[in-house]
Design a protein around this ligand. Structure first.
Ligand SMILES: Cc1ncc(COP(=O)(O)O)c(C=O)c1O
Length: 377
């Protein structure tokens, strides 16, 4: 891969320590964590715990045991949503959500199990917290909001929504797919009950990793039941965390890699944020100077994550993405699994080109993308 600007899908490259940690887990202590008492199994269990502790520190979670290892952000969101809802509940979500939120909710709504209110953003692309307040009904059981739109990068007022949810005693889930590792995240300050995140995006871990923060005291119905290596005499799922939500063998190599990704991000977070913000601004400015380019991301630097969404001339987004791929530049075209966000932007048919920066990108990468789009126009 010559120039990689598709970090919102999955980050590339990973720090060397991440790759090494995956290899080490598979060669040095490739055992089942939490099951046996031999040295390799204990080493594996220690690595899984260390990752939990690093994740808790990064998100300011009060207890590492409240960080549940999942297989990706979709897995975490499904557990949070389906584990929270009961027949007759009302749910408030937004039109900016990814299909990993929309599909579970819409399926439950279509089966008549829940009622769903999908709030539109304001014309500037941000949800108004007062719209959330106004949508609350007596049986509202869950509010869901994305931390940053995966289409436009617009950072949503998740703390203000958290204050409203807390005021009304309503469970609050944030989809942190585009935020963790790219923005400071403090689950206590956000006053959320559940925070879902992938390990393979800005946390720089391998694919097949992710997690769910569950605020202590919040109970979910487990989606999977099975072996946990603990309470084996019981025929039922243990109540203790994390075992309650982690049935079956975890992805040890992935989690070992994620541990090093977290270590890298914790050490360099402010430098990464500043670098990605400067790259995103250079990209935004470079593209906005080209006649024929339409931009969909917020103009204000502090209001967007490292994503710039655009279209060029009369071309479809996939034509542009394919042409850029031909020029050795990896971006994404199409609908980005967020159909309602595209309906809002008026790009449901055409999609949008999404360029997303990462820790290893350079200003030369940005110049190359802008020059390639210019040549295409
Ligand atoms: C906002 C958002 N939510 C959820 C997801 C799903 O993440 P994963 O691919 O880790 O399941 C993504 C992935 O792109 C996303 O951008």
């Amino acid at each position: 891969m010559s120039i990689y600007l598709d970090n919102a899908a999955t980050s590339h490259p990973k720090p060397e320590a991440v790759t090494q940690a995956v290899l080490e887990a598979m060669t040095e202590y490739n055992a089942n964590p939490g099951r046996s008492g031999h040295a390799a199994a204990l080493a594996a269990a220690r690595r899984v715990l260390e990752t939990r502790e690093r994740l808790a520190a990064l998100l300011n979670a009060p207890d590492p045991m409240s960080m549940i290892h999942c297989f990706n952000c979709t897995d975490a969101l499904n557990l949070a949503i389906k584990g929270s809802l009961r027949v007759g509940d009302h749910v408030i979500a937004t039109q900016l959500e990814h299909n990993s939120v929309l599909r579970p909710l819409c399926t439950l709504a279509a089966r008549g199990r829940i009622r769903l209110t999908l709030l539109p953003p304001k014309p500037d692309g941000f949800i108004d917290p007062e719209d959330v307040r106004a949508a609350i009904e007596p049986d509202t059981a869950l509010i869901v909001c994305t931390h940053a739109s995966n289409v436009t990068g617009a950072i949503q007022p998740v703390a203000a929504i958290g204050a409203i949810a807390a005021e009304h005693g309503i469970r609050y889930l944030i989809d942190g797919a585009q935020a963790v590792g790219a923005l400071p995240v403090d689950v206590r300050a956000l006053r959320c009950d559940l925070y879902a995140f992938p390990g393979h995006k800005s946390l720089l871990g391998p694919q097949g990793t992710g997690g769910l923060y569950i605020r202590p005291g919040v109970d979910l119905l487990p989606l999977r039941e099975g072996g946990t290596g603990s309470s084996s005499e019981s025929l039922f799922q243990p109540r203790e965390l994390p075992e309650r939500y982690e049935s079956g063998t975890v992805n040890l190599p992935g989690i070992a890699g994620l541990c090093e990704g977290c270590a890298y991000v914790s050490e360099h977070l402010s430098a990464i944020m500043m670098h990605e913000r400067e790259l995103t601004s250079a990209l935004f400015e470079g593209l906005s100077a080209l006649p024929g380019v339409t931009l969909y991301s917020p103009r204000e630097e502090a209001a967007r994550a490292g994503i710039v969404a655009f279209n060029a001339g009369g071309l479809s987004s996939t034509q542009v993405a394919d042409a850029l791929a031909g020029a050795g530049i990896a971006v994404r075209g199409g609908l980005h699994c967020a159909p309602e966000a595209h309906r809002f932007l008026g790009t449901l048919r055409r999609g949008a080109v999404r360029a997303s920066v990462g820790w290893a990108n350079t200003f030369e990468d940005i110049d190359a993308l802008v020059a390639a789009v210019k040549a295409l126009l």
